[in-house]
Design a protein around this ligand. Sequence first.
Ligand code: MN
Length: 274
Amino acid sequence: MTLVFCSDVHAPVMRGGGDRHLPFIKFLQYLQRQDIDGLFILGDLFDFWFEFGDVVFGRGLPILKELSNLADIGVDLHFLVGNHDYWAGRFMEEQVGIEVHKGPIELKLGKKRVLLCHGDGLNPEDRGYLFMRKVLRSPWTIAAFRLFHPELALRIGRWASSTSREQIYVNLEGKRKEAEAIRAFAERQILERARDVVIAGHCHIPVIEEFSSDTHQGTYYNLGDWLRHYTFLVYENGTFRYCRFDPETRQVSEWTDGSVAETEAKRTEESAVP
Ligand SMILES: [Mn+2]
């Protein structure tokens, strides 16, 4: 069984949004030629996504088309919504063929208990964001938002996601705080809840980190992103492999540089301390 995990594509859905989704399109086409059983997208596939019943944003079509092609050849598709595309739902499920999950899910892979989540909302001190998150996800807000004309809704969404896009490109310190909150969550899930693997996204920083105590050990993976890293995780023959897709050559290699190497160097340093 071969499963692929990735997140944080932030595909644009607005006019003039650029073409930063093209590497991911190439990746989905690459996956169509591989013999994979499942693809899990752990959130923020789009910069903004909302469904007005059967009316959706047309500029999502290139991604939806490739996902639908994967569904047609029998790949099991799963989408865990992120903070940018929480409002995905029936359209994705019925028209694209991707199962939508509104929160974290647990997989049993062999004997491994694997927790999948997007990773936002884990910092309890970020009260302003947690409050906004609750408001934006309430059925009342969603019902009210549906009353807007979709073009107007898109403009509001563009404004909302441009503020968080700034966070992605400019506010690296903010991303580090998010990264720290996800790391702490993963550590608790592994050491206190006996999970063997925790996979998350959201912070756009690729991470492989082992946590262990006397009784339990497990691995935390952060999937990185498709804006700078083009990283993903593969589960095959009972083990996980962290990989990178080269959008130029369309080749896959094992991910060894950047943040993962930094994390590993730090881990070696820590374990060298008596
Ligand atoms: Mn996110």
